[in-house]
Design a protein around this ligand. Structure first.
Ligand SMILES: Nc1ncnc2c1ncn2[C@@H]1O[C@H](COP(=O)(O)OP(=O)(O)OP(=O)(O)O)[C@@H](O)[C@H]1O
Ligand SMILES: [Mg+2]
Length: 148
């Protein structure tokens, strides 16, 4: 577990971007799931915007609150199939996610960032990278990374 303070939203995007670039350097052969946990407005979507940039995704990242799952293509030939941005805010049970064909998404070799992921923890892989977002003040957030 590692905890640090992120001073403003630009730094949050920057942190996501660094992680995205690092992910591209790894030799991961299965889905890489990042579970984002934190109250409203703590910076989960902001982080994902930076992450997508670091992964080389060219499209603009729009919050998936209403559609729940957004799917983006990697630009160049990449070992990853897709980048998924998922928001479980309106999901009540893991079963609802399974009804959206979530199992199939997990079987692909994709990068999957999930906001409010604690709601579907039961159906997430054991190797999920967990990130907690806490509000400190108007501009500061505490981010805790947990890899069990
Ligand atoms: N250090 C920071 N990191 C991230 N966002 C910050 C920070 N400081 C201020 N903010 C602001 O806080 C808000 C975070 O919104 P964001 O949509 O990223 O949150 P969220 O966790 O995805 O919320 P939700 O649960 O509603 O989806 C933005 O308006 C952003 O500009
Ligand atoms: Mg959000």
């Amino acid at each position: 577990m590692i905890s640090f303070t992120v001073g403003d939203f630009k730094k949050m995007k920057g942190m996501g971007e660094v992680l995205g670039r690092e992910i591209l350097k790894t030799a991961i052969k299965k889905a890489l799931v990042i579970g984002l946990v934190g109250q409203l407005g703590t910076g989960k979507t902001t982080f994902v915007q930076g992450l997508a940039r670091g992964l080389g995704i060219k499209q603009r990242i729009i919050s998936p609150s209403f559609v729940i799952i957004r799917k983006y293509k990697f630009p160049r030939k990449s070992r990853f199939s897709y980048f998924y941005h998922i928001d479980c805010y309106r999901i009540l049970t893991p079963k609802e996610m399974l009804e959206l064909d979530f199992k199939k998404i997990l079987e692909e070799n994709s990068v999957i960032a999930i906001e409010w992921a604690e709601k579907i923890k039961k159906i997430l892989p054991g190797h999920t990278l967990w990130m907690n977002f806490d509000y400190i003040d108007k501009n500061k957030r505490k981010v805790t990374i947990i890899y069990e």
